[in-house]
Design a protein. Structure first.
Lengths: 325, 704
């Protein structure tokens, strides 16, 4: 397995370089270094000298990908791309274009993101599996039919509706939790409650339907029929055989998103004023802060690759028939 | 929810229970500040914080209108001394061309102290405790509050001089460095000298005390003088802006130490001031907390204002020592809906009105006046309105072959369009009535603006029934005929006239505006094509002058007509000069008058020149003058001394809060409602019962 993991990490390197190049090209196609300087320096009374000074200070006065004026190896190394990318691979995110240390900000902001995403994931898993099992158990009955109809309706509604509706109903009409905000320690609970509930309700439709399909598929397999033929109770069949086997695809689907929990959610964090990494990325995009955008895209890619490797590993744990070679 | 239940305050209270009775002002901010270094900050969302911390020599009177400069740390508002080539003194109204240099002498009040700050902390021998810190000493330091000791010292003239030198610092990028280099003697030379030193010493403290700035001189501990290369009366306004705040060298040295930047402990994030408040929590991702500066000298609430101020209870605190509030908490709210709802719950003391909530908050009475809805009145909420010192206009690129240029044909076309684009309708539809149609570039409340029939733009309006009335579309169509575009068709080519509006606006709201604009242009038979692009490309077009018509705006730096008319000054053209004259308008007569007017003191002579300039601009119509926005703001009944001062940023010291009333009303407005939770539980239980029976039935049924 170790060889497999090492090989996967080696495969990841060209992927990360590719992602870095694509991010870089896309960003600089839309934003020139002059645009970035204007965004950072403000719009009023900015002279070209000030823009040039800002660019030179941050190395944005160099050619983007190829320095034809430089000698030999410096043609590549003395470029914005090279200068900005090389440290990134060592997880040295450097300074943002507005002058703040990105690594420090990421370390500070990943916890609020996690405070929302982690309970959402755990509570979500428990509730979606419960609903899905119930629907699967009552398959074909009016409970199943109306449950599926409800799921379809709920998955058709925009997440924005759940957020604004949740804030209005739970926070404003019933006055049960703060509408938005965040605090640290135990005080975080009352702020986290609403986004978690909203996330939970927003995900019921799609997740329950997906899990129901998985369970129904398992229920039609031979081993379930055998179990029933053995005279096992429906409860035992459901929990011991269907749930266990159905959990394999669910688990692997969950493991892949585990590392991404740190990244947070862009919309949720924005609406609930949670100071996480999701809103950090949104801010950086709107402020044209390339250093942060590049760092967050890189971090997201690395975490996603880690998630995929963990998924592969989890397959071997969940299903003894699978071996990584 | 459980944790909320343990509190005695309402469940939805976003603040700790311990704050319930505190003398705290609560507000929100939408965008995290980029810079809190006063030399580089140039944004209103940053001035909200800086204004309470830093103290430039001058400030605006809180209550008086028109806006009036008064001393802040200075003993008086400085008067200019003018000198000719030979160094002989000249009169105050000497013509600008005779003035060789101008001197402003500023004396600051003695005894003003800085806020407690580790940069000033010293040991018994007088050595600075936290200067020259080894890296290992910074290991346990994460914020400024982690330094165990603080100190202070008296504000002296040298601190102001130090800050003016910082305008030239190559590492801080002051947006006004270029502008001030034109005026302050020696600043350009200092910029060059510092650039050389900085190049070889980027990561170390650049000791500005060692560098001379010929135009700024310390006369004694409390007095310094600024020498300008020419007559520039507007410098006094700049002296009320944060670029000219004092900066103690100790703070600059402290923050320049190795290891500080890696922890984001920098001057750009941790201000050091003498003002009524100090920033004690700097978390722009969540909240910013200002607390009363224990070293603040105290300032008296003004005893005079406008005639109606006494009736509006704005003089009740006259002569009282400010500030009145102990703590100010700004919470980050990116979206307007949660911020608005929290204001209604009493968790923010003031609020603006977003278009989403406008109808809920404001209605117009039969006289067309804005007033609060019944719901707002029931809560005791009050509304204050003020015409902003800004202008939002639609410009014609004067370099364009069709709409630009000095030809009569183009001028008539621009005037016809100016009539056809009905800004009264625009204000009504798109700004909920929050705007005043502009008659020229100068907004109301500034010197040069004329109210009533004498102040209307006669090319677009007539005065009828005691008010300005837009000229008819028929008149605009006649202008089109005179210009050679009858029914929007070019008589030379026979082709329909197609004009292009370049914009960076996008989204459903923008689409509605575009549709409306197309309709306005179609009144003249003109086909308006919208060229929407991203903001960067739009800026590029503006810089290159490839746009045709555009929408733009300007927010005043200071309340002087020069700050608006320079937007039409030829040498400040966007193309080639990178100036603020976005329309690239150029008129020799206008420019000549501008050069004369900008250095004059307010008075009848200046007014006469302004009238001439405005007439020229109206005749040439390089802009459709657009509108001056009206700011609506709401505040709760426990909020006192609410008067919008659109020039001043240091207004929190004037505010008074009644925390007990707030507490009482918050509890009344935010009673938790439990029955829906019980109802949901009951519904769930009821729905489980048939499912349970169904399960049991299945369990008992024989296998098939």
């Amino acid at each position: 397995m170790i060889n497999y993991v090492i090989r996967r990490i080696a495969y990841a390197l060209p992927i990360l370089i590719g992602i870095n190049i694509i991010t870089f090209v896309l960003f600089f196609v839309v934003n020139t270094p002059d645009d970035m300087a204007r965004m950072q320096l403000g719009q009023k009374r900015i002279t070209q000298e000030a823009i040039d000074k800002w660019k030179s200070e941050r190395g944005y006065d160099k050619p983007v990908l190829w320095n034809s004026q430089a000698s030999a190896g410096q043609k590549i190394s003395d470029t914005i791309f090279f200068q900005n990318s090389i440290k990134l691979f060592l997880f040295d995110f450097g300074q943002s274009d507005s002058g703040r240390d990105i690594g420090y900000d990421i370390r500070q902001r990943m916890w609020p993101s996690l405070a929302i995403t982690f309970p959402s994931l755990i509570l979500g898993l428990i509730s979606y599996i419960t609903f899905a099992l119930t629907l699967a158990f009552f398959r074909g009955s009016y409970i199943d039919v109306w449950g599926v109809v409800m799921c379809v309706i709920m998955m058709s509604i925009s997440s924005m509706f759940y957020i604004i509706g949740g804030q209005f109903v739970i926070g404003k009409l019933f006055n049960l939790v703060p509408i938005s905000g965040y605090d640290t320690g135990f005080d975080a609970i009352k702020f986290v409650a609403l986004p978690v509930i909203v996330g939970l309700i927003g995900g019921i439709g799609s997740s329950t339907r997906w899990y129901r399909t998985i369970f129904l598929e398992e229920m039609n397999k031979d081993f379930v029929r055998t179990a029933r033929a053995k005279g096992l109770s429906e409860k035992t069949v459901l929990y011991r055989h269907v749930l266990r086997n159905g959990l394999i695809p669910i688990l692997t689907g969950v493991v892949v998103v585990l590392p991404l929990l740190f990244i947070g959610s862009l919309v949720t964090e924005s609406f609930f004023a949670v100071p996480g990494l999701g809103s950090y990325t949104i801010d950086a995009i709107s402020n044209q802060d390339f250093a942060i955008v590049r760092s967050m895209v890189y971090l997201g890619s690395v975490l996603y690759i880690i998630g995929l490797i963990l998924t592969d590993i989890s397959y071997t744990i969940a299903d003894p028939r699978i071996r990584l070679e | 929810m459980l944790s909320a239940g343990c509190n005695f305050s309402p469940w939805n209270n976003p603040y700790p229970d311990s704050q319930s009775h505190g003398n705290i002002y609560y507000d929100s901010f939408e965008e995290r500040p980029k810079h809190l270094d006063p030399v580089s900050s140039y944004s209103s969302n940053e001035y909200v914080f800086l204004g309470q911390i830093y103290e430039p020599p001058l400030q605006y009177h809180f209550l008086k209108r028109p806006y009036e400069l008064v001393p802040l740390t200075a003993t008086s508002v400085p008067e200019a001394e003018y000198y000719d080539n030979a160094g002989n003194p000249l009169d105050a109204d000497a013509p600008a061309e005779l003035v060789h240099h101008a001197v402003y002498r500023i004396t600051i009040k003695p005894g003003i102290l800085y806020q407690p700050h580790p940069a000033f902390a010293r040991d018994k021998k007088g050595n600075y405790l936290f200067h020259d810190l080894p890296l290992r000493d910074l290991e346990k330091i994460h914020t400024l509050a982690d330094f165990p000791e603080t100190g202070t010292r008296e504000l002296i003239a040298e601190d102001y001089v130090y800050q003016i030198k910082r305008l030239a610092h190559p590492g801080v990028h002051s947006p006004i460095a270029g502008l001030m280099s034109k005026y302050i003697s020696g600043l350009e030379e200092l910029t060059a000298a510092l650039a050389n030193e900085y190049k070889n010493n980027k990561h170390h403290f650049l000791d500005l005390r060692k560098h001379q700035l010929s135009g700024v001189r310390i006369l004694d501990r409390y007095t310094f003088e600024i020498t300008l290369k020419e007559k520039y009366p507007q410098i006094r306004y700049w002296l009320s802006m944060y670029f000219f705040s004092p900066m103690p060298w100790e703070a600059d040295y402290f923050y320049s130490q190795p290891g500080m930047k890696e922890k984001n402990i920098v001057l750009d994030w941790y201000p050091v001031g003498t003002g009524p408040y100090m920033l004690t929590e700097n978390n722009p991702n969540r909240r910013m907390v200002l607390e009363r500066n224990p070293n603040f000298r105290g300032e008296l609430y003004p005893a005079e204002g406008e005639p109606e101020d006494a009736a509006n209870n704005l003089l009740q605190d006259a002569g009282q020592t400010m500030p009145f509030i102990d703590t100010v908490i700004f919470s980050l709210e990116r979206e307007t809906i949660p911020a608005w709802n929290k204001f209604l719950q009493g968790y923010y003391d003031t609020s603006g009105i977003a278009s989403d909530s406008f109808d809920q908050a404001v209605q117009f009475n039969t006289l067309g006046q804005a007033e609060l809805t019944e719901q707002m009145q029931d809560k005791g909420i009050r509304l204050s309105m003020a015409v902003m010192s800004s202008t939002s206009y639609m410009g014609f690129n004067m370099r364009d072959d069709v709409v630009g240029g000095d030809s009569e044909r183009a001028r008539l076309l621009r005037r016809a369009i100016s009539i056809a684009v009905d800004y009264e309708e625009f204000i009504s539809i798109f700004t909920n009535g929050r705007g005043v149609p502009a008659q020229g570039p100068i907004p109301p409340g500034l010197f040069g603006y004329i109210e009533g029939s004498d102040g209307i733009n006669p090319y677009v309006y007539t005065w009828r029934n005691g008010r300005a009335e837009r000229r008819s579309v028929t008149e605009a169509q006649q202008l089109m005929i005179d210009a050679g575009y009858p029914e929007g068709r070019d008589v030379r080519t026979g082709q329909s006239l197609i004009l292009y509006l370049d914009t960076s606006a996008a989204g459903p709201d923008a689409k509605a505006v575009f549709d409306w604009l197309r309709k306005q242009f179609s009144k003249l038979g003109i086909n308006l094509v919208i060229r929407a692009t991203d903001y960067n490309r739009f800026q590029e077009k503006m810089l290159k002058g490839t746009e045709q018509i555009f929408m733009w705006g300007w927010n005043a730096d200071y309340p002087d007509p020069e700050n608006f008319l320079f937007l039409l000054y030829g040498p400040h053209a966007k193309v080639g000069m990178n100036g603020e004259n976005a329309a690239n308008y150029g008129n020799e007569e206008f420019d000549e008058l501008f050069n004369h007017m900008r250095n004059m003191s307010n008075g009848p002579e200046r007014q006469a020149i302004l009238d001439k300039m405005i007439e020229i601009a109206r005749r040439d119509a390089p802009w459709i003058w657009g509108l001056h926005p009206v700011a609506f703001s709401l505040h709760h009944s426990w909020f006192r001394n609410a008067k919008r001062n659109l020039m001043a940023n240091n207004t929190l010291k004037y505010i008074r809060i009644d925390p007990e009333t707030r507490n009482k009303l918050r509890a009344q407005w935010n009673q938790p409602v439990f029955w829906p939770l019980i109802l949901i539980l009951v519904i769930l239980l009821i729905s489980i019962i048939p499912a349970w029976f169904s399960y049991k039935r299945r369990e008992r049924s024989p296998a098939l």
